[in-house]
Design a protein around this ligand. Structure first.
Ligand SMILES: Cc1cc2nc3c(=O)[nH]c(=O)nc-3n(C[C@H](O)[C@H](O)[C@H](O)COP(=O)(O)OP(=O)(O)OC[C@H]3O[C@@H](n4cnc5c(N)ncnc54)[C@H](O)[C@@H]3O)c2cc1C
Length: 507
């Protein structure tokens, strides 16, 4: 047991002083001996060396909005980076970048960019939860609704500074540090050379946040993005920005049933991209009947006056740089929507920032309402947690996966909602168990789906990461050999597996 405070006054007891820091948004609770909140790189190094000398586990935390228990400790020390919140530098030419510390939240980064660079540039990743820290977003390769157009966080990381468990630091710049086939070599700033082999598995072709990124000749920045804090602590990140499209609008359309929604998806995809990664359909989202029912009584749902009765909804968001973009798109969209069975009278068009924010609040209200419902049920049955899927499949398997979800849920009669990033074939099924029996059935069903999705060429995590909750599924996806290769890779950076042990795979 570490003393309540060590000689530098930097460790605190977790259970007594900071009990909330044993949890994240997965609502799992862990255990730990001590916690610290470093404010500088030197302080991070002190904590890591202190832990390494004692062979003590270290769990990294950002804002703890993760939903796979990646930031939930299983003993040892908690290193919470949320107080390292400085914007370190801003570069305006030739293309703007900002260098930030890991604890800055997405909301704070957006404000800083507006203040320092202006509103012509923006940082596109948008994992809905704006209190997420950039360190956590990088560790999970976070993405969200707009990744349909812009991709995940990975695409916006220009360089990283990472501290390893022994306190040595790496500076890894995009395009400057690359693998050779599947081998890599990196020299730490102290001169220590780290070399090894990348896993040999093939990554799925869609949006993916499952395990280490591995490709021939890959940029080594990408090895750390999405590595879930298992290789090192991200203590500085240089983020690249994109031109902010001056024309943005969102449309929430209500449809009689899921078949209509799938038809909208096919049509919208066919007319999706104008200029890849800069202009076109930015988000394509789906909300089933139960999601709408759940959110109808929430403030965001009441404010929008969601239509009563059966039916589903699709949200389309477009970003453009031309003045006539809005008129052109809305005209052709209305025709398409009508052909798919939507009633244009009930559709909700948002063109101003304020209106877009309201639609976003509506979308955010769904996972929050689910979390609140499960929170209530936990009061009488603490073992219950929501089961939220994060599976994605290739484009041509979307209809199959929707059928798969419906068949399983109907067969077992489980309470649920289905919503999310249908444009990326990435729907979140949230099973909301009412009893321990339903929870166990839901877990079993999720595992079945994971296996089926892998057979379809899909991924077991498209955006939330693996954490400690989906290790079995990762094994399903890459097989025992893939997991062994990942373990060997981790050992190159963290030989005793002290850092974030339990994330991705068991020790
Ligand atoms: C309502 C809601 C909606 C959400 N929607 C989305 C969504 O649309 N898309 C999406 O991608 N996610 C979503 N999330 C999940 C979550 O917001 C993201 O995973 C986010 O990236 C986590 O950031 P964090 O700072 O909270 O990280 P934490 O939860 O604190 O940690 C996440 C992981 O990162 C590691 N980590 C944290 N900081 C560092 C660091 N500096 N260096 C190395 N490793 C580190 C942790 O050890 C852990 O493994 C949602 C969450 C909620 C609650």
């Amino acid at each position: 047991m570490v003393p309540a405070m060590d000689q530098a006054g930097i460790h605190y007891r977790v259970e007594d002083d900071f009990p909330d820091y044993l949890r994240d948004e997965s609502r799992q609770t862990g255990w730990a001996d001590s916690i610290s909140f470093p404010l500088s790189t030197d302080e991070i190094r002190d904590h890591l060396r202190y832990a390494e000398a004692r062979r003590e586990l270290v769990t990294l935390q950002g804002a703890r909005t993760g939903i796979t228990a990646g930031a939930v400790p299983e003993g040892g020390h908690v290193l919470n980076l949320s107080r390292m919140k400085r914007l370190l530098s801003v570069k305006k030419e030739p293309l703007p970048t900002v260098v930030v510390q890991p604890g800055l939240s997405l909301a704070e980064i957006r404000t800083a960019i507006r203040e320092e660079i202006g509103s012509k540039w923006f940082f596109p990743p948008d994992p809905t939860e704006t209190s997420a820290s950039i360190g956590g977003m990088i560790a999970c390769n976070a993405s969200g609704a707009r990744s349909f157009l812009y991709g995940a966080v990975r695409a916006y990381i220009h360089s990283l500074r990472v501290m390893l468990i022994d306190g040595s630091t790496l500076l890894i710049r995009r395009q400057a540090n690359r693998a050779s086939n599947r081998s890599f070599e990196i020299t730490a700033e102290c001169g220590r050379r780290i070399a090894g082999a990348l896993p040999s598995y093939r990554l799925p072709s869609m949006k993916n946040a499952s395990g280490y990124f591995a490709q021939d000749e890959m940029d080594l920045v990408d090895l750390f993005v999405g590595s879930e804090g298992t290789l090192g602590v991200v203590f500085e990140a240089e983020l690249s920005l994109r031109p902010n499209p001056p024309v943005q609008f969102g449309l929430l359309a209500f449809l009689p049933d899921e078949n209509g929604a799938l038809a909208v998806v096919r049509r919208a995809r066919a007319m999706a991209r104008i200029k890849p990664e800069t202009e076109g359909l930015a988000a394509l989202e789906f909300f089933d009947e139960r999601s709408l029912a759940l959110v109808r009584n929430e403030p965001a749902g009441t404010e929008l006056r969601l239509p009563e009765g059966p039916g589903v909804a699709v949200y389309l968001e477009y970003h453009g740089h031309q003045e006539n973009f809005l008129e052109d798109r809305v005209a052709s969209l209305s025709q398409h929507l009508e052909k798919c069975g939507a009633d244009p009278e009930t559709a909700w068009l948002a063109t101003s920032e304020k209106e877009m924010e309201r639609l976003k609040a509506f979308r955010h209200a769904i996972p929050e309402a689910v979390n609140r419902t499960i929170g209530e049920r936990k009061k009488t049955n603490p073992g219950l947690t929501k089961l939220g899927t994060d599976l994605a499949v290739p484009d041509d398997r979307l209809d199959d996966v929707v059928r798969l979800y419906r068949e399983g849920l109907d067969r077992l009669g489980l309470e649920h909602v289905i919503f999310g990033h249908i444009g990326n074939n990435h729907l979140h099924v949230n099973i909301i168990p009412r009893s321990t029996d339903e929870y166990e059935k839901g877990r079993q069903l999720y595992r079945e789906w994971g296996r089926a999705v892998v057979r379809m060429g899909g991924t077991v995590s498209a955006e939330h990461g693996i954490g400690k909750l989906k290790r079995e599924m990762l094994m399903e996806m890459y097989g025992p050999e893939g997991i062994e290769e990942m373990k060997r890779l981790k050992a190159c950076f963290d030989p005793d597996s002290l850092l974030n042990r339990g994330n991705l795979f068991s020790y």
